[in-house]
Structure formats: C-alpha cells, structure tokens
Design a binder for this molecule. Structure first.
Ligand SMILES: [Zn+2]
Length: 140
C-alpha cells in the first residue's frame, strides 16, 4: 500500500507534498551542518541557518509538539504521527545547525595559532618545541 492510496483528498495530498518539501529542506540543512563540521566552513553554516529558518517560517514544524484533539479517524492518527515525526526531525536538525554554527565561529582553532620564538621572534606553531628558523629551543 502506498501513501497516495491512503489519501482522502486534495487536502491530504497537499499535506503530504508540504511534508516532503519540509523534510527535503531539513535534509539539506543537515547536510550543510555536516559540511560545516568537516570543513569548518562559515559559508555553509550560513546556508544551514538560512535553510533551517526557511523551513521554520514556512512550515512551523514545532506545531507537531502541540497536543491535538484526535478523533477515531485513522487518517487523523496517521497525520498526527507524521506531524510529531517531522517536529522531532526539525528539533534534531535545529541542534545540528546550532552546534555547527558554534563550531564554525566559537570553537578554538587548532591549526592557525602561533607563538613568537623567544630567540629570533619569528612565529611558530604552538606545538613547536624547537624553532625551525634559528634551531634553538623555544625561549632560548
Ligand atoms: Zn627562533
């Protein structure tokens, strides 16, 4: 049985389409967040935030957390369940985007920190113990 066979009408088809678009955009936001984690690319953090805001404004997915009055209609149970799933995914992607943004801007950088040599004053990586410029131990 496919989902389209269970659709009662145009309204439900519209709900299904909206949910697909919503999940698609959330998936793109999640992918952008992963790219931020891998490459610490701030542009992708911006894209992830943008996609997440678009989904939030267009679809209001948090409404899935609001308890609904449900009749015995199995269609309503089906959609209540789908709303809740979408809301959970929205919250998950929101956390991913939040951590990715923090990672891109606030996390301490590993590779770009330098410290001046005590002898010749040239910049070396913080992990360097012997200066590659004057070949002395850092600090003389
Ligand atoms: Zn030096």
């Amino acid at each position: 049985m496919t989902i389209t066979l269970a659709m009662a009408g145009l309204a439900e088809a519209a709900l299904g389409t909206a949910r697909m678009v919503c999940l698609g955009l959330l998936a793109l936001a999640a992918i952008a967040a992963v790219i931020v984690w891998i490459g610490r690319a701030r542009v992708w953090a911006g894209i992830a935030i943008f996609l997440f805001v678009v989904v939030s404004v267009l679809f209001a997915p948090w409404m899935g957390f609001v308890p609904m009055e449900i009749s015995d209609d199995p269609d309503e149970h089906y959609w209540a369940e789908k709303y809740r799933e979408t809301a959970n995914l929205w919250a998950l992607v929101g956390c991913m985007v939040g951590f990715a943004t923090f990672w891109a801007w606030k996390a301490p950088s590993i590779s770009t920190k330098t410290t001046p040599c005590g002898k010749c004053g040239r910049e070396n990586a913080v992990t360097t113990t012997i200066c590659p410029h004057c070949m002395t131990r850092d600090g003389g």
